[in-house]
Design a protein around this ligand. Structure first.
Ligand code: CTP
Ligand code: MN
Ligand code: MN
Ligand code: MN
Length: 396
C-alpha cells in the first residue's frame, strides 16, 4: 500500500440531490457548528452566507467516518474558506471561537427567541430588537399590536417550541384523515416534511392532500377547516387560496421558491398523549431543571407560569395542510418532503445542469420548451437525469 499515513480521503458529488443523506451523521459536532452559523446568517438576512454554511454542513453529513484532520477534506465541494476555518478551529482546538461567541451573543439569542414565535420573521424580530425588545416579557410590555398569527404564536409559545413526536404526528394524521373523509370521500392524505424523511421529531406536522379525480380537490380546504373548527381541533388557522393559475411564473421564468397551492397554516389543539410514568413530567425535566443541570428558559421567555402546561390536558401543535390537484401531486410531494436544502439543490441542479425549471407545481424544459409530466417522484428524478433518492435519504 502506497499510502502509509492511512488518511481517509473522501469524495462527494457537488449537489446534495446527487447524494444519499440519511439521519445518521458521523460529524455532528462539525455540522451543528456550521448549522448554527447558517441559522445566524439567515436570521440576520444574509441568505447567501446561510446557504454556503448549509451546503458545507450537508457535505460533512454524508462522510462515512468522523473527520480527523483538515487534510482529509481536500477536493471536497462546497467547503469555502470560512467553513474550512470553522472546521479547522474545531478539529484543532475543540471549539470554534466564532460559533461560541455567536451562541452567546445577545443579538442571536434575541433573534432566536423572537423568531421562535409563530408568525414572527427575521425582519420583524430585527425591528423589535432595535427598539430594545429582546424577550417575550419586553415584547408584552412594549404594547405592540400583534397580528392574529403572532398573538397565537405568543399564546402557545411554550407548546410550539416543544418538538412534535412521531406519535403526536400520527394522532394528528388520524384527525386530518377523519376530517377529509367526512367532507369528501376518496381523498388522499400524505404525511410530508421531516416525518416522511424518517425524523423522530419535528417543529410541525406537514400534510399534502389530493383527490384522484382532477378538480375534485377544488374548494376542499375551507370544508376541512370548518369540520376541524367545529370539532374544536383548531386554536388558530389561516387559509390561503390557490393562486397558481393567476400567477406570473410562466415558462422560462424562474419559478418562485414559494408554491401557490391552497394551504392552511394552523395550530392544532391535541389531547395530550400518555407518557410512561418514568418520563413525566416530560423530557427528563424535573421542576424546570433539565438533565444537563441548566434551568429551563425562565419567565423572560415563558408564556405561562412554570408547570401550567403540564396541568393542561392538551397541547398546541403547528400543522401545515396543503391541497394539490392530482396532476401536480408528484411535484407537490417532492417539494413538501424536503429537506429545504435538498429542495434548493434540486432546483439548482435543474436550472444549471439541465436548463429546466422545477417547482412544487411542475417541471419545465427550457430547451424543448415544454412541461414534462410526472406521476411519481421517480418520474421527476428520471427527467432530471438523477438517480432516485428515497425520502429517508433526503436529509441534507
Ligand atoms: N415548504 C414550502 N413552502 C413553505 C414552507 C415549507 O415549500 N412556505 C416546504 C419546505 O421546502 C420543506 C417542507 O415544506 O421541504 C417542510 O418544511 P418544514 O415543515 O419547514 O420543514 P421540515 O423539513 O418538515 O422540518 P421540521 O421537522 O422542523 O418541521
Ligand atoms: Mn415540518
Ligand atoms: Mn423546519
Ligand atoms: Mn411545515
Amino acid at each position: 500500500q502506497e499510502n502509509k499515513s492511512e488518511v481517509v480521503v473522501f469524495s462527494v458529488p457537488s449537489y446534495a440531490c446527487q447524494r444519499r443523506t440519511t439521519l445518521e451523521n458521523q460529524n455532528a459536532t462539525l455540522t451543528d457548528a456550521l448549522s448554527l452559523l447558517a441559522e445566524n446568517a439567515e436570521l440576520s438576512g444574509e441568505d447567501g452566507r446561510g446557504v454556503a454554511f448549509r451546503r458545507a454542513a450537508a457535505v460533512l453529513k454524508v462522510l462515512p467516518s468522523p473527520v480527523k484532520s483538515a487534510s482529509q477534506l481536500a477536493g471536497l465541494p462546497c467547503l469555502g474558506e470560512h467553513s474550512l476555518r470553522v472546521i479547522k478551529d474545531i478539529l484543532e482546538n475543540g471549539a470554534s471561537s466564532e460559533v461560541e461567541s455567536t451562541k452567546e451573543s445577545e443579538q442571536f439569542k434575541a433573534l432566536k427567541v423572537l423568531t421562535g414565535i409563530f408568525g414572527v420573521g427575521a425582519k420583524t424580530a430585527d425591528r423589535w430588537i432595535r427598539e430594545g425588545i429582546h424577550n417575550l416579557r419586553q415584547l408584552r410590555d412594549s404594547g405592540h399590536t400583534l397580528n392574529r398569527a403572532q398573538q397565537a404564536g405568543l399564546d402557545h409559545f411554550d407548546d410550539i417550541k416543544q418538538p412534535v413526536t412521531k406519535a403526536e404526528a400520527a394522532a394528528i394524521e388520524e384527525i386530518v384523515e377523519k376530517a377529509v373523509a367526512s367532507v369528501l370521500p376518496g381523498v388522499r392524505v400524505v404525511l410530508t416534511g421531516g416525518f416522511r424523511r424518517g425524523k423522530l421529531t419535528g417543529h410541525d406536522v406537514d400534510f399534502l392532500i389530493t383527490h384522484p379525480e382532477e378538480g375534485r380537490e377544488v374548494g376542499l380546504m375551507p370544508k376541512v377547516v370548518s369540520w376541524l373548527e367545529a370539532q374544536g381541533f383548531l386554536l388558530y388557522q389561516k387559509t390561503t387560496r390557490n393562486s397558481y393559475l393567476e400567477s406570473k411564473d410562466g415558462p422560462g421564468r424562474p419559478p418562485s421558491n414559494i408554491d401557490r397551492f391552497e394551504r392552511c397554516l394552523s395550530i392544532f389543539k391535541l389531547t395530550r398523549m400518555e407518557k410512561p410514568a418514568a418520563e413525566a413530567p416530560g423530557d427528563g425535566a424535573v421542576n424546570g431543571v433539565r438533565a444537563d443541570g441548566q434551568r429551563e428558559s425562565d419567565e423572560l421567555s415563558r408564556s405561562e407560569p412554570a408547570g401550567a402546561a403540564a396541568d393542561r390536558r392538551w397541547r398546541a401543535v403547528r400543522v401545515d395542510l396543503v391541497v394539490s390537484p392530482i396532476s401536480q401531486f408528484a411535484f407537490a410531494l417532492l417539494g413538501w418532503t424536503g429537506s429545504k436544502l435538498f429542495e434548493r439543490e434540486l432546483r439548482r441542479w435543474a436550472g444549471y445542469e439541465k436548463a429546466m425549471s422545477l417547482s412544487s407545481h411542475a417541471l419545465y424544459d427550457n430547451n424543448q420548451r415544454k412541461y414534462l409530466r410526472a406521476s411519481s417522484e421517480e418520474d421527476i428524478f428520471a427527467h432530471l437525469g438523477l438517480e432516485y433518492i428515497p425520502p429517508s435519504e433526503r436529509n441534507a
